[in-house]
Design a protein around this ligand. Structure first.
Ligand code: SF4
Length: 146
């Protein structure tokens, strides 16, 4: 049976920075009917960050730049969280490999899970989150969910 990873906040897990979830009713309906095994993951929690936590932002680029050492992640208190984001991305990739996952449904605009768009301050800019970029670089199909 196929296994898909899903950003945990999209399926009702209260793992967001503010301690809330962001369930997508349409995604939940879609995956309930699809017969796949759904594995919820929260890369920021997997990276060792608490919930709730200060919101984070990629500084100086996007997730690809963080992976390549050209950008960093800081929380709203100015604390460098780059190592947490890298750890969470690699932990998520390890889970994907363990389960032979080919597809991940990820929350748009997040500095971890965003794919195509990420939030910067009050703006939304083009780019990928750290985990989305790492999964994509390793051949996993990303479906962005908003
Ligand atoms: S890291 Fe991903 S799964 Fe976790 S709260 Fe943010 S968007 Fe949701």
């Amino acid at each position: 049976m196929d296994v898909v990873l899903v950003s945990a906040c999209l399926v009702g897990v209260e793992c967001r920075y503010d301690g809330a979830s962001k369930p997508s009713v349409s995604l939940i309906e879609q995956i309930k009917c699809s017969g796949v095994v759904v594995v919820p993951v929260c890369p920021e929690q997997l990276g060792g960050l608490p919930t709730p936590r200060a919101p984070n932002e990629i500084i100086g680029g996007d997730g690809g730049d963080v992976l390549d050492g050209r950008a960093m992640v800081k929380d709203s208190n100015g604390v460098d969280r780059t190592e947490n984001f890298l750890r969470g991305a690699h932990q998520t990739l390890a889970i994907a490999r363990l389960l032979n996952t080919k597809t991940a449904y990820l929350k748009q605009r997040s500095p971890s899970c965003g794919f195509g768009l990420i939030k910067r301050g009050k703006e939304v800019v083009r780019g990928n989150g750290v985990t989305a970029e790492l999964l994509a670089r390793n051949g996993i199909k990303i479906v962005a969910v908003d």
